[in-house]
Write a protein that binds this ligand. Structure first.
Ligand SMILES: Nc1ncnc2c1ncn2[C@@H]1O[C@H](COP(=O)(O)OP(=O)(O)O)[C@@H](O)[C@H]1O
Ligand SMILES: [Mg+2]
Length: 208
């Protein structure tokens, strides 16, 4: 499985030259990578309790089974108060990855995209999960009415179209940007506070 031990390196040694080369056209990403190397990334939006460390990993998910396995790795690390921000274009696989996490947590019922309901609530055995799709949000203030804060008090949140949440996106979120890399292949750019890298590594070890 290609995602095995992807988080095994130390959380601070995450960014490879390969990543820089492959993504040199991606100005925003490259700026973050360079800033991370200088120790100044993440900036405000990803800061956590004053820590400035962060990690970035790029994972190739060669088919839906790989996406399911990656979802299971994240699910095993999830705990109350966590949020996972799932970014990427339409069809990139945000819902597919959220569904993989929910299945791994034991959700047996249908997992529809929350495009129209905006939020779907699940109560699998270990952890309550709210699955948000903020695509239709027009103003950050609507997030409050949707109950994101309550979700984090009672469990964890999976958030599609997290950019719509603006400053209301929880600090400390695990960020995953999905990109289409082929018919069945997806690229996941995983980033966040360094603490997440060790937690994901821990859940990989637990699974294997
Ligand atoms: N490796 C993969 N990971 C995730 N989805 C994949 C993969 N390969 C093909 N797909 C397909 O891509 C589509 C992703 O759709 P969806 O998860 O709804 O995207 P989004 O929520 O980002 O709009 C689904 O039809 C899924 O079957
Ligand atoms: Mg979706």
């Amino acid at each position: 499985m290609t995602i095995r031990s992807i988080f095994a390196a130390g959380p601070y040694a995450a960014v490879t030259d390969g990543l820089l080369d492959r993504r040199k056209e991606d100005v925003e990403s490259t700026a973050q990578v360079l800033a991370l190397r200088r120790g100044i990334w993440p900036a405000k939006s990803l800061s956590m309790k004053g820590k400035s460390e962060g990690f970035v990993r790029e994972i190739l998910l060669s088919d839906e089974a790989a996406t399911c396995a990656f979802g299971a790795t994240i699910a095993a690390a999830l705990k109350p108060g966590d949020s996972v921000a799932l970014a990427g274009d339409l069809g990139a696989g945000k819902t597919a990855l959220a569904r993989a996490m929910l299945r791994a947590l034991g959700v047996a019922e249908d997992v529809p995209s929350p495009t129209f309901t905006l939020v779907q609530h699940y109560e699998p055995p270990r952890l309550n999960i709210d699955h948000f799709d903020l695509y239709r949000i027009e103003d950050e203030s609507e997030i409050e009415q949707l109950g994101l804060d309550e979700s984090l008090l009672n469990g964890a949140a999976l958030i599609e179209w997290p950019e719509r949440a603006g400053t209301r996106l929880p600090a400390g979120a695990l960020h995953i940007k999905m990109e289409i890399a082929g018919e069945h292949c997806r690229r996941a750019r995983v980033s966040g506070p360094a603490e997440w890298a060790s937690r994901l590594h821990g859940s990989e070890r637990h699974e294997s």
